[in-house]
Design a protein around this ligand. Structure first.
Ligand SMILES: Nc1ncnc2c1ncn2[C@@H]1O[C@H](COP(=O)(O)OP(=O)(O)O)[C@@H](O)[C@H]1O
Ligand SMILES: [Mg+2]
Length: 332
């Protein structure tokens, strides 16, 4: 018998209040994260990646709320936990790495004081024990000098080093799930690759599950096992990485892959990106939200949202497109 997923999100809907009333920014998202699995969440800016994961941590911004769905972890619905229980989940069961470590660190506290906080809070270590463990963590994430760095303030480190410290903080209590929200976007390309390699290596050693959020498919393809593609608050395709590359099925995924820079000999060529922009959450069309930008759209696409259908008869690979999955013929 296979064990149950570490995390199961079902029919998640998130509403934000806008001047024109409530807008559904996440619209019925479902996904699982298996134990030890690395899941990539990919999509353009504004498609709901951050807000989806913030909801799991009870960290939605004011004005945003979960309006439907549930998220099961450790046999509990994360959306109905008390505040103290949520605090235990954050850091203890789910570690987080965000895009900009500068805004996530307290600028007036030493790195060491910030690193020991979760160890003291979640693990009940003494300050001295936690300090020693914090030094080990810095070495684990490849910071030369290890504990000597604990006395530094955040501004004394380079961007790449700060991101490593943030990873150390996310992993401090060895949570079974690490959520990384575009953690390398602010860094230059070489450092980005180093951070991805570091997380890959840590995952091999510690065996945690990962949700890695990005708008950069190429960056994560070597790190994650499976990818879900979000568009306008919906899952439009999900597949194992190799299957997604071998047979991208949703026209949006095809567009994302076509706009990846391709390496041809010495030359890097950037193919044209998808034209247009995603619809405003308050004004989404009744049918497929991608229809206004879609080169393959037919009349049905503007009337009805296509269901997620298996691709080549496999349930591990599904896409929501009337045209490319053959769902239109089946519906006819
Ligand atoms: N605090 C907020 N108030 C209102 N709308 C928000 C807020 N935060 C995010 N949104 C909206 O929710 C949608 C999803 O945002 P987000 O999850 O940040 O996207 P992503 O991380 O994919 O770029 C966007 O349309 C964004 O404008
Ligand atoms: Mg985001």
């Amino acid at each position: 018998m296979s064990s149950s997923p570490l995390l199961s999100v079902r029919n998640l809907e998130i509403e934000v209040s806008t001047r024109r009333g409530p807008a559904k920014v996440v619209d019925g998202i479902s996904f699982d994260v298996e134990r030890g699995e690395a899941l990539g969440v990919v999509g353009e800016s504004g498609c709901g990646k951050s807000i989806t994961t913030l909801s799991l941590l009870g960290l939605l911004p004011p004005g945003a709320r979960v309006s439907a769905g549930f998220a099961l972890m450790d046999d509990r619905n994360l959306f109905t936990l008390s505040r103290p229980a949520l605090r235990k989940v954050r850091g203890g069961r789910i570690g987080m790495i965000f895009q900009d470590p500068m805004t996530s660190f307290n600028p007036v506290l030493k790195i060491g004081d910030q690193l020991i906080e979760p160890l003291v809070y979640h693990r009940g270590l003494s300050r001295a024990e936690a300090w020693e463990r914090a030094g080990e963590l810095l070495r684990l994430v490849g910071i030369p000098g290890g504990e000597a760095r604990l006395d530094n303030y955040p501004h004394e480190l380079s961007g790449g080093m700060r991101q490593r410290v943030m990873i150390a903080m996310g992993l401090a209590c060895e949570p079974p799930l690490l959520i990384a929200d575009e953690p390398t976007t602010a860094l230059d390309v070489t450092i980005q690759a180093q951070i991805v390699d570091l997380v890959k290596d840590l995952r091999a050693r510690l065996g945690m599950s990962i949700i890695w959020i990005t708008h950069d498919l190429a960056l994560v393809s070597g790190l994650v096992d499976r990818i879900i593609v979000l568009y306008a608050g919906k899952v439009v395709e999900e597949a194992l990485v190799d299957d997604l590359y071998a047979k991208p099925t949703h026209p949006y995924t095809r567009g994302l892959l076509a706009s990846l820079p391709t390496l041809e000999g010495e030359e890097t060529r950037r193919l044209p990106a998808i034209g247009g922009t995603p619809p405003d959450p308050g004004r989404r069309p009744p049918g497929c939200p991608f229809a206004p930008r879609c080169p393959l759209k037919v009349e049905l696409c503007e009337r009805a949202m296509p269901p997620l259908e298996p691709v080549d008869g496999r349930n591990s690979h599904r896409a929501a497109c009337w045209v490319t999955t053959g769902a239109m013929e089946m519906a006819a």
